[in-house]
Design a protein. Structure first.
Lengths: 339, 275
């Protein structure tokens, strides 16, 4: 398998960044990692995962959709789209890599969202296999193997070398473009590293979590559960869970008057917010219970109902570590599952 | 790059009719005349004034109208207030058509039809009614029960009187909530009127109006012996994208913008009561 030694990783980053914009996870403070545009000398974070998910690369928090010039009674629509430049995201974990497949089902289904597709077409995902999963991890619940992370290229670290495995034509082109910096290496240690990580996953507190009780066919039963009142009681609708979630994709469309034309932009929205469904004539989800229920029903029931059983969660654990009242999808699943 | 449904087209308002104190009907054409796009009865379009807002409205004109589209819009919020202040010649942005439609060419074909509408709820049904009138031979009996708060709140009153009631092949039953000078027609709420009229249970029903009216009309129809599979309605929830992606107009696993807005009541029965 092709490899590069850890000491040469930054030289590889420099090479990639010569041709394309490269993003890598960088420590903002110890163990608080975020994706940054690579500049020479930056060190890749050793944190397990970034605080925010990698969805931003394809579905940014805000983006402009169109511009309008208003002149008397006339309106001019300006199509501001332009072909995205190629970019590489390095170090994506298996959970976030799977989330792109979930976002694809939303944005690439007809009618295709051209804003999302443009970024998807031009982005190369280089993933990083997990070696030390954390207590909040439960990706295996959703059939994800964190030691085989997917994306366009999978990267495996055996403690000394990074090994590269291309998974797609885009990944093959990426590896070919840096192949002169890679060398054939002995990957025999990887099996042991993978086995070790899998054993950690098995011993983690959430290892036994199961999706067996969920899916589209349980819609009315779960919707009408009497557990929602207690589960949602302390939720104050801050929306942090939706913000950090790699699969949450609800959005708002709004206009901004720049003083020199109108910009129509799309931004993240949250089903946890009270005005999300508010109309002139009323609100279909008036209480926090209904809004809370919507979020989890969407991931565990509605999404699988519409997508051949695939769940709208990848078990990244961000909501577990970030919710200010320590409520999360794991607690919801445990409360609702068949006992 | 391919067209994106979120980037709207331009339409121009070519006629404005004050239907009731708070409802105006706007005629919309493409800039070079004709229609901006084709649609089916019950489908909707996103209209917007950039900088003010964008909203989903049912297309009230029939697809058989080849010259223009019409929207009957009640003034009830920020965008609709702005739309009501427009003059003829104003351009708006428009995108669509969105959603499914009343099954006029399949399930409804050959059937006796009963339309039940309340207030602005006539807007989406008017598209179907005029479609059926233009293809009259394809359908059986047509009965329309329409009610409003007062005589002045009957939307499209002129068309109803001049065309629908004048049509010997259609039975039109109008009602208003309370007695009013100059009104010698029926007085009373729509659900009660439907029960009084005691329509044949052979009919397929299309109902649209305020949620409370729909609820009591459905209950009344069931007392008369109608089943959920005979009754269609059209839903309205908050929408931003119109294509099932922005995530807010769902009832259970169905998006009103994409899987609806037209539902049969047996389909709604299988969904959570969250609308």
């Amino acid at each position: 398998m092709l490899k590069i030694s850890a000491s040469n990783l930054n030289a590889l980053f420099d090479r990639i960044a010569e041709k394309q914009t490269l993003y890598i996870p960088v420590d903002r403070e110890p163990n608080v990692s975020e994706y940054k545009k690579y500049e020479s000398g930056m060190t890749m974070s050793k944190a397990l995962n970034t605080v925010r998910s990698a969805k931003d690369f394809f579905f940014p928090q805000t983006e402009n959709l169109a511009e309008f010039k208003m002149n008397g009674k006339t309106i001019e629509v300006k199509d501001i789209r332009k072909e995205n430049e190629d970019f590489v995201v390095f170090g994506v974990r298996a959970c976030d890599a799977r989330s792109f497949g979930i976002l694809d089902k939303v944005f690439l289904s007809e009618p295709v969202d051209s804003f999302y597709k443009n970024r998807r077409d031009h982005g190369t995902i280089v993933t990083m296999a997990c070696t030390r999963p954390a207590e909040t991890c439960f990706c295996t619940t959703f059939g994800i193997d964190p030691t085989v992370p997917g994306g366009d290229v999978s990267v495996f670290f055996d403690g000394e070398n990074y090994f590269f495995l291309d998974n797609t034509p885009k990944g093959e082109a990426f590896v070919a473009s840096v192949s002169d910096m890679l060398e054939d290496g002995d990957a025999s240690k990887l099996a042991e590293v993978q086995e070790n990580a899998r054993n950690i996953m098995k011993k983690l507190p959430l290892a036994g979590l199961s999706t067996d009780s969920f899916g589209g066919e349980r819609l009315m039963e779960h919707f009408n559960s009497d557990k929602w009142a207690e589960l949602s009681e302390s939720c104050f609708g801050c929306g942090t869970c939706t913000f950090v979630c790699p699969t949450c994709q609800c959005y708002d469309i709004r206009d901004f008057d720049t003083g020199n034309g109108i910009k129509r932009f799309r931004c993240w929205d949250s089903c946890m917010y009270s005005d999300f469904t508010k109309m002139a004539h009323g609100n279909s989800r008036n209480s926090q219970l209904e809004r809370f229920r919507q979020r989890f029903m969407h991931k565990l029931v509605y999404f699988p109902a519409n997508n051949d059983g695939e769940f709208g969660c990848v078990g990244c654990g961000r909501c577990l570590s970030k919710c200010p009242i320590s409520m999360n999808i794991v607690k919801v699943m445990k409360a609702l599952e068949d006992k | 790059m391919n067209n994106d449904t979120l980037i709207p087209l331009i339409g121009v308002v070519t006629d404005i009719r004050q239907d009731t104190p708070d409802v105006k009907t706007f005629r919309v054409n493409a800039l070079d005349g004709g229609k901006v796009f084709e649609h089916m009865p019950g489908q909707c379009a996103m209209l917007s004034i950039p900088g003010v807002g964008e909203g989903m409205f049912s297309i009230t004109s029939s697809p058989t109208n080849k010259e223009f589209m019409e929207f009957s819009i009640k003034k009830c919020g920020c965008l609709t207030t702005w739309l009501h202040a427009m003059d003829v010649g104003q351009q708006i942005t428009i995108r669509g058509p969105y959603g499914n439609y009343f099954p006029v060419d399949t399930e409804l074909k050959g059937k006796d039809l009963l339309f039940v509408a309340g207030g602005i709820g006539l807007a989406p049904l008017r598209s179907v009614i005029n479609y059926v009138r233009d293809k009259r031979a394809d359908y059986g009996d047509v009965q329309i029960v329409y009610g409003s708060r007062s005589k002045d709140d009957l939307v499209d009153y002129k068309e109803i009187i001049d065309e629908w009631t004048a049509d010997p092949n259609i039975e039109v039953n109008l009602t208003i909530d309370n007695p009013q000078e100059g009104w010698d027609g029926h007085v009373g709420f729509v659900p009660n009127y439907v029960k009084e009229l005691n329509p044949s249970t052979n009919k397929t029903v299309l109902v649209c109006g305020p949620p409370i009216m729909i609820k009591f009309t459905l209950a009344g129809l069931k007392e008369l012996g109608f089943t959920d599979t005979q009754v269609y309605t059209t839903m309205e929830l908050r929408m931003k994208c119109g294509v099932g992606k922005c995530g807010r107009c769902n009832i259970g696993d169905k998006y009103v913008c994409k899987d609806g807005p037209v539902f049969r009541f047996d389909q709604l029965d299988a969904l959570p009561d969250e609308y």
